[in-house]
Design a protein around this ligand. Structure first.
Ligand code: ADP
Ligand code: MG
Length: 253
């Protein structure tokens, strides 16, 4: 999609777990080329929103449009094929596989770079193609040198970058990152922010859940704030920072 074109439109999405309304009529949109932040206190419904948008959980209500196509109700695999990829709040790498193999897993299921046959080593040509694609994505996040290391031996910062490379291997237009900076050291956060800025410069769009306010404020074009499952406000980083409602939500005042 062309920069500035509507890429993601979320309309009144809703999720209930029994009596709990985890996501309560949330609406927002994201234009191609933007980095949008989704923030709010713990339990606000941010991860659930990601699960709804990416098709990991079924909606209780509302609509999701990706590149002007309805994707709500479709399985997450289809939504991934339509151009949306994501990482999870907790690292989900296979520790006993190499970094390259972990990234190659992101290729499978996508027609361009692989099938189950390739994954099982039955189709050498496809396997080679998946490895080449994985290497390309690893270089994109600055980890080309670590391709043969075991994923479990990397520090947390590089592990997060491997997850991002794996998400990129399905060739998304939109990448959803759930707390990518959590638990990272300062230098690792700086490296992560540099990678995300570079991806944006290459035309990728990002939706980012993150607790580190400094990280969010410096990186995003717009921010959506949630509290208790509800939409609290949306604005530029400066507008959000200046909002008394946002301060009250965070300080519990
Ligand atoms: P956040 O990511 O903003 O911290 P979550 O989306 O993880 O918040 O959770 C929002 C609310 O929904 C919380 O009260 C959480 O306990 C609840 N919740 C999340 N997932 C489930 C689930 N699978 N079953 C029941 N309750 C859930
Ligand atoms: Mg969460």
């Amino acid at each position: 999609p062309e920069r500035g074109a509507p890429l993601l439109r979320v309309r009144k999405i809703r999720k209930t777990f029994g009596g709990l309304v985890a996501v309560d009529d949330i609406s927002f949109s994201l234009s191609a080329g933007d980095i949008v932040g989704l923030i709010g206190p713990n339990g606000a419904g941010k991860s659930t929103t990601f699960n709804l948008v990416s098709g990991v959980l079924p909606l209780s209500g509302g609509e999701v449009e990706l590149a002007q196509q309805r994707v709500d109700g479709r399985p997450s695999r289809d939504i991934a094929r339509a151009g949306l990829s994501r990482t999870f709040q907790h690292v989900k790498l296979v520790p006993d596989m190499t970094v390259l193999e972990n990234v190659a897993l992101g290729c499978y299921g996508r027609t361009r770079c692989g099938t189950l046959a390739a994954m099982l080593g039955l189709d050498r040509a496809e396997e080679r193609q998946a490895r080449a694609e994985a290497m390309r994505q690893l270089k994109r996040v600055g980890l080309g040198e670590q391709a043969q290391a075991l994923a479990g031996n990397l520090a947390l910062g590089p592990q997060r970058l491997v997850e991002i490379a794996r998400a990129l291997a399905s060739d998304p237009a939109l990448l959803l990152l759930d707390e990518p900076a959590a638990g990272l050291r300062h230098q690792e956060k700086v490296a992560l922010a540099d990678v995300l800025r570079q991806l944006k410069a290459e035309g990728l769009s990002l939706l980012l859940v993150e607790h580190d306010m400094d990280f969010v404020m410096k990186l995003t074009d717009r921010i959506v704030v949630m509290e208790f499952g509800r939409w609290l406000m949306e604005g530029t980083p400066a507008e959000v920072q200046a909002s008394p409602a946002v301060r009250a939500a965070y300080l519990g005042a």
